[in-house]
Design a protein around this ligand. Structure first.
Ligand SMILES: [Zn+2]
Length: 106
């Protein structure tokens, strides 16, 4: 324990002797900056990962199960997500409303 303390003091003395106090202060400043920046960086990384998970998070429109996967089809019922999306959004809204009105009349 004392041996390590002596070696650390010698190393710090050598650093001060060769590089001066400015180097030591700048080093400490850099360490402080890193300590402050790493939590911010971690928060940013967490935010990005959550966003990517949200994009992967899918709800099957056929059976209603939620899953996290890159698959294009449902793991439970096997219905295709892209097919469902195309059915939902490829057609115009005006044509959709006309269809619904026709069904109501019948
Ligand atoms: Zn399904």
């Amino acid at each position: 324990m004392n041996k390590s303390l002596i070696t650390y003091s010698i190393i710090s003395f050598i650093i001060i002797f060769f590089f001066g106090f400015n180097f030591l202060f700048s080093l400490l400043g850099n360490i402080l900056i890193i300590l402050f920046l790493t939590p911010i960086l971690l928060v940013v990384i967490a935010f990005l990962t959550i966003n990517s998970f949200k994009s992967k998070f899918k709800v099957c429109t056929n059976c209603g199960t939620t899953m996290i996967s890159d698959n294009e089809s449902c793991l439970y019922c096997g219905s295709n997500f892209s097919e469902i999306d195309n059915k939902k959004y490829s057609e115009d809204a005006s044509s959709e409303t006309i269809e619904i009105e026709a069904e109501e009349i019948n």
